[in-house]
Design a protein around this ligand. Structure first.
Ligand code: GDP
Length: 369
């Protein structure tokens, strides 16, 4: 067996010395490759690329990323903005409108599987269009999909196949919206695409793109995920996300509240009922998230006493900062949004105060359900 084994993805000589250089494999994996009869070995980078479509995320104001976006406006392209329906407002990329140019732009709302079964897709789309318009974005079309559950993908795929005859298709999105899962699902549904994924550096920058050739000379291009400080997910560890991110459709839990009562959503959300009659408030969060009801007058003390045990996450290591509140006085039945943690449906004509760490991800919308 030759000592100079090459990666069958990129052709680099495999090495275990420098993870930053091409052909890197951890020593144990390289040893295994050298002693086995199997010559089908990928370097770590190609392995990740094939299995997870992994490219390094960047900050929204990263110069290279801005250059990449800028280059899209000079081309004839379709921009596919993948967003997380469960944290929609915070997964919209505000700077994107400057870069779309005259190009077509569509929104793909992912994780639709998390909405309770009785949610109306038309209501979800109306809300998305309003939010997009508020941010100066005019999506030509809105798709609601579940990449993980492969739901509603056929319509999107048919649309992309048609557009891909005429132009390149760029996928953009903040981290954790499920962009990789979606692209993998698309590739798996076109199984002949699996072996043709290439990676290239965007010219003149340190950024990678994943290019998937379509049948007619155009490409489906995956760009790096953008880290957004307004997404709770970008602050929490993987283990904490396991608790916070729902995996199954949200199961509503209704609490009858009087003014002067407070609900904690672990340490990531606090909801004070300030003024109104005795009323039902419906909480939509992941099943494993700790929900606690207490009196508002005891809430500060309870939080200080339990922020390091009952009210985890977040933990100290997340450096999320103290809870900051905002008062809402909805005139119609509304959902108070706690970023990627969930939402609480309130009746009309009440006064409530909602808190998250540093106020990240707080918002309100007309009730969807
Ligand atoms: P990326 O950072 O945008 O590439 O996101 P990933 O594809 O890595 O997905 C981020 C998280 O969202 C992971 O925990 C996925 O399991 C989850 N996820 C992705 N797609 C879906 C979906 O359709 N439904 C649900 N419920 N979760 C999803």
């Amino acid at each position: 067996m030759s000592e100079e084994l090459r990666c069958i993805g990129c052709g680099s000589i495999l090495q275990d010395q420098d993870p930053k250089k091409s052909g890197y494999l951890p020593t144990s994996a390289l040893k295994k490759a050298l002693t086995s009869d199997d010559n089908e070995v990928y370097c770590q980078r190609c392995f990740r690329l094939r299995h997870y479509n992994e490219i390094m995320p960047v900050k929204e104001n990263n110069d290279d990323f801005l250059a990449l976006l800028n280059s899209i406006s000079q081309k004839k392209a379709l921009v596919v903005n993948v967003v997380d329906l469960f944290d929609f407002s915070n997964s919209l990329i505000s700077s994107i409108k400057r870069f779309i140019g005259g190009n077509e732009y569509i929104l793909v709302g992912n994780k639709v599987d998390l909405f309770p079964k009785n949610s109306k897709e038309s209501k979800i789309k109306d809300w998305m269009r309003q939010e997009a318009n508020r941010n100066g974005l005019k999506p030509e079309k809105i798709f609601l999909v579940s990449a993980a559950k492969k739901k509603n993908l056929a319509d999107l795929m048919a649309f992309l196949a048609k557009k891909g005859e005429k132009k390149d298709i760029y996928f953009v999105g903040t981290t954790n919206v499920g962009k990789s899962t979606l692209i993998n699902a698309i590739i798996n549904m076109n199984s002949d695409l699996k072996d043709v994924i290439t990676t290239s550096k965007f010219p003149g920058t340190t950024l990678d793109e994943i290019k998937i050739p379509l049948s007619n000379g155009h490409y489906l291009i995956d760009t790096p995920g953008i880290l957004n400080a307004n997404q709770l997910a970008s602050h929490l560890s993987g283990k904490e996300l396991e608790v916070v991110e729902p995996k199954k459709p949200l199961k509503p839990a209704t609490y009858q509240l009087l003014p002067g009562q407070t609900i904690f959503l672990a340490g990531l959300g606090r909801f004070d009922y300030v003024d109104g009659p005795s009323a039902g408030f419906t909480i939509y969060v992941a099943r494993d998230l700790y929900v606690h009801r207490t009196k508002t007058e005891n809430a500060d003390t309870f939080y200080e006493k339990h922020k390091d045990d009952l009210l985890l996450p977040p933990s100290k290591e997340d450096n999320l900062g103290p809870l900051k509140g905002q008062t809402f006085s909805p005139k119609e039945k509304s959902d108070i949004l706690f970023g990627g943690v969930g939402f609480i449906t309130t009746p009309a004509n009440v006064v409530v105060k909602a808190y998250t760490p540093e106020g990240i991800g707080l918002g309100i919308r007309r009730a969807l359900i």
